[in-house]
Design a protein around this ligand. Sequence first.
Ligand SMILES: NC(=O)c1ccc[n+]([C@@H]2O[C@H](COP(=O)([O-])OP(=O)(O)OC[C@H]3O[C@@H](n4cnc5c(N)ncnc54)[C@H](OP(=O)(O)O)[C@@H]3O)[C@@H](O)[C@H]2O)c1
Length: 278
Amino acid sequence: MRTIVITGGTSGIGQALAHHYLERGEEVVVLSSDPVKGEAFLDRARRTGAADRAHYLEADLSLVSENQRVLKEIAARFPVVHALVLCARYFRSHRTVTPEGFEHNFALYYLSRYLLGYGLVEQMDKAEQPVIMNIAGPGAGAAGIQWHDFGLEHGYDGWSAMFQGGRLNDLLGVSFADPARGHRARYVLLFPGGTRTGFAGDFDPVTAFQVEQMKLAAQPVEHAVPPIVHIIDSPPREPLSAFVEGMPLSLHRPAFDRGAAARLDAVTRKLLSDRLGV
Ligand SMILES: NC(=O)c1ccc[n+]([C@@H]2O[C@H](COP(=O)([O-])OP(=O)(O)OC[C@H]3O[C@@H](n4cnc5c(N)ncnc54)[C@H](OP(=O)(O)O)[C@@H]3O)[C@@H](O)[C@H]2O)c1
C-alpha cells in the first residue's frame, strides 16, 4: 500500500485523485483549509469502506507556520510517503497579504509547494519510485517573474500573480531535481489543460465572468485525471519532467533556466530566514 499526500484534495483534480487512490486501496492524506470539505472527503471514504485509509489534515497552507505544523504531523504518522500531489491554489482578483507578510498567491501557490516538497524528502527517500506531482502551468517562460517584487505590490492583478506562481514552480522543480541534491523523488511539472473544477477564488465581476466562460469550454475532471495517474504510477526516469495536456515538454526553454532556478532558491531561503527565521 502506498501513501499519497494531496494538497487541495477536497475539490477538482485533487479531489478526483484522492478518491481514485482510495478506491485503489492506497492510503490517502488530504490537506486543505476548509474542514467542512474535509469532512465530506472522510464521509465518502466511510461510505465506500475506505475510512481506515483516508486522512484529512486541516491547514491553511498559505501560512509557512501551518506548512511546518502539518509536516511535523505527517512525519509523526506516515514514515514513508510515495507521492506528493500539489493541487492547492486560490485565485485572488485583489491583492491580499498573509499575516506572515507574504502576498497570498506567492505564499500558497509557491512557498507552500517549496516547503512541502523539501519537507517530505526524508519520507520520500524511503519510498519505492517516489514522485512529486506539481500541477500548475509549466513552460510559459521566465519573463513573468518580478524578481524585486514577488508580492506584486506594484501593479498586482490576479492573472499575473497566478502566472508568476506557475513560473516560480517551474524553477522550484529545476532546483529540487538538481542531481547534486541527490533526492530520489522524481519531480513532475504538469499542466492538465483547462478543467471544470471548483476553481477556488475571490473574483471581481469581470474575472468571475471569464472563469465561468473558461469552465464552459473546459474538460471534465474525469478527463484530466488518467494522464496524471499514469505518471504517478510510473514516474519518469529523469529527475525532472514537464507535461502539457499529456505531452512531454522540452526542458530546453527559458522557463527551466538553471541560473534562474538557483537564484530563486537562494532568494527563497533568505526570505524565509529573514522574515520568519526558518
Ligand atoms: N482547473 C484548471 O483548469 C487548471 C488549469 C491549470 C492548472 N490547474 C492546476 O491544477 C491544480 C488543481 O486545480 P483545481 O482547479 O482542480 O482546484 P480547485 O477546484 O480550485 O481546488 C483548489 C483546492 O485548493 C484548496 N485550497 C485553497 N486555499 C487553500 C489554503 N489556503 N490552504 C490549503 N488548501 C487550500 C481548496 O480546498 P479548501 O477550500 O478546503 O481549502 C481546494 O481543495 C491547481 O494547482 C491548479 O493550478 C488547474
